[in-house]
Design a protein around this ligand. Structure first.
Ligand code: PRP
Length: 538
């Protein structure tokens, strides 16, 4: 790579009209914030690593861009604006009266992995309201969130509210360990209904069991608050959200407000209401915020606080898009190969006319004639990429690829076909664990392999192999393999045997997070039909 002509991955030069569009959005936001009595602060682009680690900031360590100063201290390019501003408010502004209204227009830097088409430099404009208590502050925040997107010129958007306390209260009735609570939280937030059911199975019949199982479905208009109350009984959080909604509606913001009671965020960071802004045309939220009442205390000044940030470049790119047609066709990415045939059979049981996919020729996109749905045929990892970026609303992909590649999407259904498992296998008769020597493991799935052995507290060397992994132990490149086992024939015919199962695999239905919120009706119907026609239920 020519380092003199390429900019680092995730960064780019902006020219002329791009600068103007960004300046316009940032200018509109700054004007709004100032008009509401917020004063600007600018914090350093480089901060000590410790600041973000010790503040409990939920941004993962590997996403921080690190540099070292001359004395060997580790510093990071600012990954977030809230933490440094909380530091300023607790130190330099320690004696200033509360509440403090602060705003920023700064770049944050995050490394979200190679070749994902993700930006490393994110232009954030946001506010922090420090020391303002309860409802009043939350109304101020949400109404400003609406105004923020409106003043940029966006029309088709909504702000979605959740409450960290609602989940905490329900989970509290179940006597779960902290680890279980985090697992259930992640399953709810990822709308991973299958995993959630499994995790909650041991708690069947306990007081909050039914409510927790239903939590990922509780998103949409104010009617979800009624359903939540029916399920969970009287809840201070729901009463609070309803009061907030009434006040926001009275102020003319009601049409922009939605709820997702499964929106929990990191439990140890956010303490109350959390919210996100979704815009038609963006594959991810363009605005994100919430209440973080414990952060200031970490810097020695106890004060409640709430705030939000707008991703200015994401807003700019939404503004540049054509207005979405009403009744637009949904797009589903389908993994080519083994999964494809079973998925097509499922779609046909759902009543979809799949004749174009049955005779695909070399075409990669097919219209379903009797449903507003287009089917995209893609390789498994690309299904995830297209869904994550929001260019496909839904996807059908194996759990093996999900475990290996990860990503941010809802994993809504276990489709029950494409069943196989990940297993650790060795040459027949070999004792993989019976040595103190570091073992070498070959796999097409290095991330799955790493997390399996990390779970055992065991350090192994991993070699990435692209296919026919069974060769690696036979040729003595590795002591074992972690691979997919379906019938077991490949292992058997090559003199290998399973030592241990790693994970079960089957095909999953995944959904883009923003699309789920913006197309709740049609996507909900597809999910329901899929579930009804699924292998497990037929
Ligand atoms: C997969 C897997 C095993 C085999 C297991 O390979 O990696 O090699 O199938 O199936 P079995 O238990 O039914 O024998 P795939 O056919 O995808 O080819 P690859 O090894 O070249 O990736």
């Amino acid at each position: 790579m020519d380092l003199t002509i390429n900019t680092p991955e995730g960064t780019r030069d902006l020219l002329f009209s791009e600068c103007e569009a960004r300046r316009r959005v940032r200018g509109a936001l700054a004007e709004l914030f100032q008009g509401r009595g917020y004063a600007e602060v600018i914090t350093p682009e480089v901060e000590y690593y410790d600041l973000f680690i010790q503040s409990g900031n939920p941004i993962p360590q590997e996403a921080l861009l690190k540099i070292e100063d001359r004395s060997g201290r580790i510093m990071v390019m600012r990954p977030d604006c809230t933490t440094p501003i909380a530091r300023v408010a607790a130190t330099r502004l320690r004696t200033s009266p509360l509440p403090q209204r602060l705003y920023y227009d700064q770049t944050v830097f995050r490394d979200r992995g190679a070749h994902r088409g993700e930006r490393r430099e994110i232009a954030q404009c946001g506010v922090e309201l420090i020391g303002a208590v309860g409802e009043e502050a939350d109304v101020e925040m949400v109404s400003m969130a609406v105004e923020s997107l409106r003043c940029c010129g966006l029309k088709s958007f909504h702000i979605e509210l959740g409450h960290a306390g609602f989940y905490r209260a329900l989970a509290g009735r179940m006597n779960m360990t902290a680890g279980e609570m985090e697992g259930v939280r992640a399953a709810i937030e990822g709308k991973n209904f299958a995993l959630l059911n499994d995790l909650l199975e041991p708690y069947r019949g306990r007081p909050a069991w039914a409510a927790l199982r239903r939590l990922p479905y509780l998103f949409g208009g104010p009617e979800v608050l009624d359903e939540a109350e029916k399920l969970a009984g009287e809840s201070a959080c729901i009463t609070y959200l309803r009061r907030l909604y009434d006040r926001l509606s009275a102020a003319g913001y009601g049409a922009y407000i939605r709820f997702d009671l499964g929106l929990v965020h990191q439990l140890d960071y956010y303490t109350g209401m959390v919210f996100r802004g979704y815009v038609e045309g963006a594959g991810a939220p363009v605005l994100s915020g919430g209440r973080y009442d414990n952060l200031m205390e970490r810097f020695g000044r106890k004060a409640e606080a709430t705030g939000f940030a707008v991703d200015a470049d994401a807003v700019v790119s939404c503004l540049g898009q054509k207005a979405p047609e009403s009744g637009r066709r949904l797009r589903i990415a389908l993994t080519k190969g083994r999964i494809q045939d079973k998925a097509v059979a499922l779609f046909e049981r759902m009543g979809l006319d799949c004749s174009p996919i049955r005779n695909p020729g070399r075409r990669l996109i097919h219209q379903i004639p009797n449903w507003p749905l287009d089917v995209v045929l893609a390789k498994a990892p690309d299904v995830i990429t297209y869904v994550e970026h929001g260019v496909c609303d839904l996807g059908v992909v194996g759990k093996d690829t999900i475990l290996e590649k990860g990503g941010s999407f809802y994993e809504v259904l276990d489709l029950g076909f494409g069943k196989c498992r990940f297993a650790l296998a060795v040459k027949k008769g070999d004792d993989f664990y019976g040595t103190y020597l570091t073992r070498t493991v070959a796999s097409k799935y290095p991330n799955v392999t790493r997390s399996f052995f990390e779970g055992k507290g065991m350090d192994v060397d991993i070699i990435k192999i692209e296919g026919s992994v069974e060769l690696a132990p036979i040729l003595e490149l590795a002591d074992g393999i972690v691979d997919i086992v379906e019938t077991g024939a490949t292992l058997k015919e090559n003199g290998l045997a399973v030592v241990e199962d790693v994970a079960d695999v089957s095909a999953r239905l995944i959904v883009n997070t923003a699309s789920m919120k913006l197309n709740k009706g049609p996507i909900g119907e597809l999910i329901a039909r899929c579930e009804a026609a699924g292998e497990g239920t037929v």
